[in-house]
Design a protein around this ligand. Structure first.
Ligand code: GAL
Length: 684
């Protein structure tokens, strides 16, 4: 199988967001940038992200000369450019002359000019203006040898509730419901609280979203926001695809910051299909005071495995900070060694780049204290700069890893629509649904054992996996259920948990009990979901051990399933909590309660053995060390990373070559606090 290349570059990209337009009256600084870029071992810069006012200071007046110089200078020095389209922020003249481009919030208040990421995504004028400036950029730089990739806009997100968007939403609904208002009323269960519509014009976007009583409306609105954002993006790329068909296109995705859970504003599983390359902006709060370094590393692994799996190919880390950010409550610096370690973790999970926000700290405005490669001291001698240069030197040694993949036998299913619908659901524990955090808990069992996992979405192919884990799939259409059934019928092992298969794609509950297809494949039916207070205690007995449960306990009615775990207390004492069922060629398990990490460890250990699932490279180690492998036909690239504050001995299954020192590593080796070792093993 040929390597899949993320970009046309055959080396790891290192660099980041560069804003020379903030320094055009300081040629000395611009000259220093070029010198410092070399010292930092950087090679790639994202330029023009918020440069519209520097490119078109007045309507129709273009000043591209500074950007011409940038292309030349960076090219002359061996660098490449990821060219951004500037729609993330617009010049004041544009908002002033065409106020329709300004976003209207959910309370129907039109926003003033200023800030960024606040355009109307339907606005005809804004679409026309962005297409125009993008065309000019493509015409001018499309054949420049420094152009590596298009970075379309920046972190698309948010929503607009203006009149144009309401019209577009209604048109979207008419199309979806075949112009039949009755089907919409049926799908949204509108007789509830007298919400029945008898004219399309009565339909409005939810305000404010999240407190809307008609859940079908909220769900469709979120789907519309995704589609409309993609439509805005597609409009942006028309000239890029036309003029530069061979230049890959990306836009930078995000994650919610506290728990590094997927960004909720857009369904990235849909967006991914329109991109050549997935890229995303990762800002984990290393050294925080609410979790261990290893816990956070596990979450970083999870989100990377989700974004990598969206296209089943390497992705790019488009933004990260070399030191601290400026928007956490407490903006703590990365401790010595953490920058290299956290960067290697991104590469280990499939990134072909380490790119930063930002190359140079701005002098004024809100990001002047955000971490950067170059600080206000303009110096290469400080700790941060040196650690960046070390990452650059390390990446220089890892070119052969570019384009390699991470085959996995295990998949965990994450679903944006379930996440949205569960957040809306008034029921269960309002604060304890914790859908993505629940996925983390299942992922943890594999991360701790260095077993590669794909985090996939529901429309992806399930057949490559031996084990498919589907926690809390609250919203499951008949189609998804049928696909899960086919997976198990054809020999797959399927694990499902409490609060799954409750509503269909319109957020309408299934009537007459759990869907028949699910009952058939699990050989049982969940009949009651008990929601517990945080202080409630209960336990489940499984394979002669007792495990703590919290938040949810489901009462099960068994048909042909075997009970393998039992409640120890409450009115369902001694009734089944965990079941196993042989279904056609495969096997299904249902976990009825939210059980402890130790349960997941033990439960999955049994399945891992049964299914002969192995880590890609076996290293014996203590908790907090992670071993991740990228592979191609010839080689395994092994990343051994110590996410603890202690020196750690590890034992390697066989001899490997250290990619940085060239030495042979064998038997027991030692990793210092936060150390990463990268080794290669040639396949026989
Ligand atoms: C990102 C954004 C960048 C910068 C950065 C700061 O979300 O794309 O432009 O603001 O955050 O961490």
């Amino acid at each position: 199988m040929p390597k899949i290349y993320t970009t046309q570059a055959r080396y790891m990209l290192h660099g980041g967001d560069y804003n020379p337009d903030q320094w055009l009256d300081r040629p000395d600084i611009l000259a220093d940038d070029i010198k410092l870029m070399k010292l930092a071992h950087t090679n790639t810069f994202s330029v023009g992200i918020f440069s519209w006012s520097a490119l078109e200071p007045e309507e129709g007046v273009y000043t591209f000369e500074w950007l011409d110089d940038m292309f030349e200078n960076i090219h002359r020095n061996g660098g490449r450019i990821i060219m951004a389209t500037p729609s993330g922020a617009r010049p004041a003249w544009l908002s002033q002359k065409y106020p329709e481009v300004l976003r209207v919030n959910a309370e129907r208040v039109k926003q003033l000019h200023g800030g960024r990421h606040n355009h109307c995504f339907t606005s005809y004028v804004y679409r026309e203006k962005t297409r125009k400036i993008n065309r000019l950029l493509a015409e001018r730089y499309g054949s420049h040898p420094a152009l590596l990739m298009w970075h379309v806009s920046n972190e698309y997100g948010g929503e607009c509730h203006c009149h144009q968007c309401q019209h577009a939403f209604r048109d979207w609904l008419k199309k979806k419901y075949n112009n039949d208002l009755k089907s919409l009323n049926d799908a949204w269960w509108t007789p509830f609280w007298s919400h029945t519509f008898n004219d399309w014009s009565q339909i409005e976007s939810p305000s404010p979203i999240g407190e809307n009583a008609v859940h079908g409306l909220s769900l469709d609105w979120r789907r519309f926001v995704t589609d409309q954002t993609i439509s805005f993006f597609q409009n942006e790329i028309v000239p890029l695809k036309e003029i530069t068909p061979n230049i890959p296109i990306t836009t930078n995705f995000m994650a919610d910051t506290h728990d590094l859970i997927p960004f909720q504003g857009l369904d990235y599983s849909k967006f991914a299909k329109h991109l050549d390359v997935i890229s995303w902006d990762a800002y984990p709060a290393w050294h925080n005071d609410w979790e261990s370094t290893a816990d956070l590393a596990m979450k970083v692994g999870f989100i990377n495995d989700l974004y990598r799996s969206l296209k089943q190919q390497p992705f790019l880390l488009m933004e990260s900070t070399p030191s601290a950010v400026n928007w956490h409550n407490f903006n703590k610096a990365k401790r010595p060694g953490m920058h290299l370690l956290s960067s290697m973790q991104m590469i280990a999970h499939g990134s072909d780049s380490i790119l930063y926000f930002q190359w140079r700290k701005s002098r004024g405005s809100s990001e002047k204290f955000h971490g950067a490669v170059v600080g206000h001291d303009n110096c290469s001698e400080n700790r941060v700069f040196k650690e960046v240069a070390k990452v650059g030197q390390t990446l220089d040694e890892l070119s052969e890893v570019v384009g390699t993949t991470r085959p996995a036998n295990v998949a965990i299913l994450y679903d944006w629509e379930t996440h949205w619908a569960l957040e809306d659901a008034q029921g269960f524990g309002m604060k304890t649904k914790r859908y993505p955090q629940t996925l983390h808990e299942h992922y943890r069992a594999f991360w701790e054992r260095d077993i590669p996992v794909d985090v996939i979405t529901k429309e992806q192919d399930f057949s490559p996996y031996r084990l498919l884990i589907v926690p809390m799939l609250y919203l499951a259409s008949e189609e998804t259920i049928a696909r899960l059934k086919a997976f198990a019928a054809n020999g797959g092992t399927l694990v499902m948990t409490y609060i799954s298969g409750i509503v269909n794609e319109s957020d309408l509950t299934y009537l007459g009990g759990w869907p028949q297809d699910l009952q058939e494949m699990f050989g049982m039916e969940p009949v009651e979901t008990d929601t517990l207070y945080p202080g409630d205690k209960n336990r489940v007995r499984y394979q002669n051990r007792s495990y703590e449960l919290k938040d949810y306990a489901t009462v099960l009615k068994l048909d042909t399933a075997d009970p393998v775990g039992f409640y120890e207390d409450d009115f369902y004492v001694d009734t089944p909590a965990v079941t196993c069922h042989s279904y056609k060629q495969g096997k299904t398990y249902y976990i009825g309660a939210r059980l402890s990490s130790q349960f997941h460890r033990d439960f999955y250990e049994t399945l891992i053995k049964e299914l002969s699932i192995q880590p890609a490279f076996d290293v014996k180690h203590q908790p907090g060390v992670s071993v991740q492998v990228r592979q191609d036909e010839e080689n395994d690239y092994i990343f051994i990373m110590n996410f603890t504050e202690k020196r750690q001995p590890v034992v390697l299954e066989s001899a490997v070559k250290d990619m940085l020192t060239g030495e042979t590593l064998t038997g027991e080796i030692t990793l210092e606090k936060y150390e990463a070792r990268i080794a290669v093993k040639t396949k026989k």
